[in-house]
Write a protein that binds this ligand. Structure first.
Ligand SMILES: [Zn+2]
Length: 511
């Protein structure tokens, strides 16, 4: 039985366009999904759009369209952005789907049936943009939201609440017992720090008098379900664990055997870690559903020293970069440059540094090796000893596996690029051009060229999850029918294959 890997991105709020933050999260998930598939796993890679809530309602009203029309347009926009960035998700979920709405209602009914919900009233400050309440002392100057700076509203309303506080001790115990549940450690410590204070209860509904665009509570038609609760349940919906026609007693809630639940990895930006590491697991505990296995919170892209924001007009458009440099270059830059989990700064200079790494190290190696096979051996890989770099290959594959084991993707990619560097060094040391001049060293030249053909096959496999298009092209030029798995590539016998030199894999760009 192949191992199964279920990984998710957050579903993106359908009121805004895809930006570099969305692109990073989704490319990160895509690369991890591709690494998992490459090692033989069955993979479910889920992404989608979060389509309920007052923000959508207000934006739709502003544009003079129905909320669902806005959602249709935005979902299509996200899908097409992901297509252009070569993101191979398996399922794109929309929270306006009937199946999802039914699972959410069953889930909330189940919390109610188990005694974890109560009706109460809320009076205080509310930010529509984040869909959240603030206490007086949290507010910024002139009654603004401390997160986004927008004006908050004073509201007083009836809500249904989830007894989140009941699960505080169980959650802390879970985090302590599973040191790698939240990755990286710095984020885990933040969550533990947050949980040192008493946890409040969570308002899980909004009155319909104020918010119409949402899923009605199954037991109180005057309320719709809080958009965050609605959104988080998408991970369970897409897993197929729960048959919503069976309602809150559906057996999949407690025993998801045979479905994709529990998720192996939820990936998200650090700004929404609390919802994933506190709200979501306590809601699952309340419903008696097993918890996801890992949460990976990544950092933010900043521009130079400044946070990227619409109001500052410094938002980097990933699709514009894609148009200019190609999909693989954008993917490589984002994943290689940001230490997974930390913040990183976007600058055009750093983008070029990373691009030139592709062009001058990997691209150059491929160009030299293929040219020499064409020139010295009529384009056919000789039957030499292909193992000249096998120690370096083994070391690299170990380093990549170790880095992926704790989701340090940037480190895995650095190790892959180091192998290309080492192979360039091997060319310099072996001097195949000198070997070619001396008929007595024909066997040495065969070994050099066969070794380079094998290592290029390994590199095509290693770079495939991040640079799928160019890696497939490299494999084609090596005379392979497709990119090999790492296992195939490391012991490959390339002798006898006809190769093609082609244009540079990563052409020089004008600055
Ligand atoms: Zn706000």
């Amino acid at each position: 039985m192949p191992h199964r890997t279920y990984l998710t991105t957050p579903i993106y709020y359908a009121s805004g366009a895809p930006h570099i933050g969305h692109a990073y999260t989704t490319i990160l998930a895509d690369a991890l999904a591709r690494f998992a598939r490459q090692s033989g796993d069955d993979v479910l890679f889920l992404t989608g759009t979060d389509e309920h809530g007052p923000k959508i309602e207000e934006e739709a009203a502003r544009r003079g369209v129905e909320p669902i029309e806005l959602c249709d347009e935005m979902a299509a926009r996200f899908r097409s952005a992901w297509e252009r960035l070569d993101i191979g998700f398996d399922r794109f979920i929309r929270t306006t789907e009937d199946e999802h709405k039914a699972v959410v209602r069953a889930f909330v009914q189940r919390l109610h049936d188990r005694g974890h919900l109560y009706a109460g009233s809320y009076e205080g400050w509310y930010c529509v943009h984040e869909e959240r309440y603030w206490t007086e002392k949290d507010l910024g100057p002139d009654n603004t939201c401390p997160d986004c700076g927008r004006p908050v509203r004073r509201i007083e309303e009836e809500n249904w609440f989830f007894r989140m506080s009941t699960f505080q001790d169980a959650l802390v115990a879970h985090i302590r017992d599973h040191p790698d549940w939240i990755v990286p450690e710095v984020r885990r410590n933040e969550v533990l720090g947050f949980l040192e204070k008493p946890l409040g209860d969570l308002s899980i509904s909004r009155p319909r008098s104020r918010v119409q665009w949402g899923i009605p509570l199954p037991f109180d038609d005057d309320h719709v379900i809080y958009v965050w609760v609605d959104a988080l349940v998408n991970y369970l919906t897409a897993s197929g664990a729960v048959d919503p026609s069976l309602g809150p007693e559906a057996p999949g809630f407690e025993d998801p055997t045979g479905s994709w639940w529990p998720a192996d990895l939820h990936i998200m930006g650090k700004d929404i870690l609390t919802t994933h590491a506190v709200y979501w697991p306590t809601l699952l505990m309340g419903a008696g559903v097993p918890l996801p296995r890992h949460l990976l919170a990544h950092g933010w892209w900043v521009v130079g020293e400044t946070k990227m924001s619409k109001s500052l007009g410094n938002v980097i458009d990933p699709l514009q970069l894609q148009e200019q440099y190609g999909t693989d270059a954008v993917r490589w830059y984002l994943l290689r440059e940001m230490p997974t989990g930390s913040d990183a700064s976007y600058t055009p200079e750093r983008f070029l540094v990373r691009y030139e790494e592709l062009a001058n190290v990997l691209g150059n190696l491929a160009q030299r090796a293929l040219s020499m096979i064409v020139r010295y051996r009529d384009g056919v890989v000789p039957e030499g000893d292909a193992g000249g770099l096998d120690d370096a290959v083994s070391t690299t594959l170990d380093a990549v596996a170790a880095a992926l084991g704790d989701y340090r993707l940037h480190a895995a990619l650095a190790a892959a690029m180091d192998l290309a560097r080492e192979a360039n060094g091997y060319v310099e040391a072996r001097e195949p051009w000198a070997q070619a001049k001396d008929p007595a060293r024909a066997g040495d030249l065969d070994d050099t060229l066969a070794t380079l053909a094998r290592v290029l096959g390994v590199l095509a496999a290693l770079f495939h999850p991040v640079c799928p298009e160019r890696s497939a092209e490299l494999a084609r030029r090596l005379g392979l029918s497709g990119v090999q798995t790492l296992q195939e590539a490391r012991t490959d016998a390339p002798g006898g294959r006809t190769v093609e030199r082609g244009d540079p894999l990563f052409p020089r760009v004008d600055v």
